[in-house]
Ligand binder design. Structure first.
Ligand code: SF4
Length: 255
């Protein structure tokens, strides 16, 4: 059974010195920046950049949505989010509700027994720290500062903080990395084999132009994620149908 920490963002494990050194090398290799751009340019026509945003939620709602979505199909987390919104008039009511009732409302997601108390504690943390139930103030902060603020909430790590800034109506230039995105980046050699999802965030962001817009970074995340879902499957990737096969060190080598 995963712990609440592993549920919402990958656990931070101490990294062996050699792996840390390799991660630093990946982050600063200009050849990898060129490759990351090439990957983006090849995948964008395939998946249709600019890609429409799938949400237009305020950032606090996006935080709840993101907490619901971990290891859960989009359709199921979307239904659970709607169930919460229809059962409770406001997020204040979710905090005040019996946890078992919140758990029942979100029963269609994976691990509702862990997500219900996590959602309540995250909402409570926002209220305790700001006096309100809103994250709209993040719009006035830099991306790094906003992400650091969010990651002080227990259970919120790099993926969730980037999702809140990128997917919500804030539309801030942050790069989320989910498991599909991470797998494709690893197979392409953009990140080393030991680099986990959490630590991959700054490495993959650093490979892309610093002045990229929120839409550019969103597109980058989406095309890599979609490629992982449709072609570069966890098992038996369809390398024969992949537009990246000639630049991929893992082509035809993964079963
Ligand atoms: S060539 Fe194969 S392993 Fe490499 S990115 Fe494409 S599908 Fe994935």
């Amino acid at each position: 059974m995963p712990t609440p920490q592993t549920l919402f963002d990958p656990p931070r494990r101490p990294r062996p010195p050699r792996a840390a050194k390799r991660a630093a090398l990946v982050a600063t290799d200009p050849g990898l920046s060129e490759k990351a751009l090439l990957v983006h340019r090849r995948l964008c026509p395939v998946y249709g950049c600019p890609i429409s945003y799938f949400h237009a939620l305020d950032p606090l709602s996006e935080l709840v949505s993101s907490l619901l979505s971990h290891r859960t199909r989009n359709a199921d987390s979307g239904r659970a989010f709607k169930a919460l919104r229809s059962r409770y008039p406001g997020w204040e009511d979710v905090i005040a509700a019996p946890t078992a009732e919140v758990e029942e409302a979100i029963h269609g997601v994976r691990w509702p027994e862990q997500k219900a108390p996590r959602i309540q504690s995250s909402l409570r943390a926002v209220k305790d720290r700001t006096g309100t139930l809103s994250l709209d103030f993040l719009a006035e902060m830099s991306v790094d500062a906003a992400r650091a603020w969010l990651q002080e909430i227990p259970g919120v790590g790099p993926k969730t903080s980037a999702a809140v800034l990128s997917f919500s109506v804030l539309r801030m230039p942050a790069l989320p990395v989910d498991s599909h995105h991470h797998r494709v980046a690893q197979r392409l050699g953009l990140i080393g084999p030991e680099v986990e999802v959490g630590p991959s965030h700054p490495i993959l962001r650093a490979q892309l132009p610093a002045d990229w817009s929120a839409q550019d970074l969103y597109d980058n995340h989406e095309v890599l994620m979609l490629h992982g879902q449709k072609i570069c499957h966890h098992r038996a990737p369809a390398c024969g149908a992949c537009v990246l096969a000639d630049i991929c060190p893992s082509a035809f080598a993964v079963r």
